[in-house]
Design a protein around this ligand. Structure first.
Ligand code: MG
Length: 257
């Protein structure tokens, strides 16, 4: 995997990341609760912008490689990196919301998939499996564990449920910057380096497809869609590696049906 140095955060730095994570989570949950049939993804994006500004924070995504949105909003077959626009959310859709914010110079990054009204049992199962795969991976975020084992655990879980993982987009270290070392694919070799150390902070984010793993980027140069246009789910937490129980820095309740 990457040879780049992985930051180790301690004391005050961890406190700052905890604050950034809490704010990112609070905003994500408020945005998720605002999603209802008829709302456009642009309206959702603007609501997120307002929540971010009210808290004295900045979007970690806006302007990143010229990304034009405040958050990422991706519907149904859209996997990640969707840009708010005129598309209206419909009853039965699933909407992936990814919120990354900068609070006092530190980044919190988290995502979830919102079911709009009642979704099919098949889609419920996809969402539950994807969120569970995130927690399976988080359980490996412990001092002394190998990153490859963590990465492998996502694909292993998801494939056993009959799904596929997206390979072109990955999780990442996070801290002062949105994307720091290491890269965190949703697949890997058990036992593969590097070894995780207490104080590493990881954004773990399974992207799971009901059908083919293959994806493509639309002509807007950002929105990633599944090649077969079947649904995709995405859940993400920012996680602190510790000795013993990992700490989720973006805590929120799990999805229930
Ligand atoms: Mg991320």
């Amino acid at each position: 995997m990457t040879k780049e140095k992985i930051n180790i955060r301690t004391g005050h730095q961890v406190d700052m990341m905890r604050k950034a994570g809490e704010t990112a989570s609070e905003i994500l949950q408020k945005v998720a609760a605002s999603i209802q049939p008829g709302v456009t993804t642009k309206e959702v994006d603007l609501y997120a912008a307002q929540l971010i500004a009210e808290r004295g924070c900045k979007s970690a995504f806006l302007g990143y490689r010229n990304f034009p949105g405040n958050i990422c909003i991706s519907v149904n077959e859209e996997v990640v990196h969707g840009i708010g626009g005129p598309r209206k959310v419909k009853y039965g859709d699933i909407v992936k919301i990814d919120v990354g914010i900068v609070r006092e110079g530190w980044v919190g990054d988290n995502a979830l998939t919102v079911p709009v009204g009642t979704v099919t049992p098949e889609v419920q199962r996809l969402l539950l499996a994807t969120e569970e795969s995130l927690h399976v991976a988080i359980d490996h975020a412990r001092h002394g564990e190998m990153l490859g084992t963590l990465c492998h655990s996502v694909e292993d879980y998801v494939v056993n449920c009959g799904y596929t993982v997206v390979r072109e987009f990955v999780g990442h270290g996070v801290g002062r910057n949105l994307h720091e070392a290491p890269q965190i694919p949703n697949y890997g070799k058990p036992g593969g380096k590097p070894r995780l150390r207490e104080g590493m902070i990881l954004a773990i984010e399974p992207m799971v497809n009901e059908g083919t793993a293959r994806v493509k980027v639309l002509s807007d140069k950002w929105t990633v869609v599944t090649m077969d246009r079947k649904p995709s789910a995405h859940f993400e937490h920012t996680v602190l590696v510790r000795k013993g129980e990992p700490e989720i820095l973006t805590p929120r309740p799990r999805l229930t049906f």
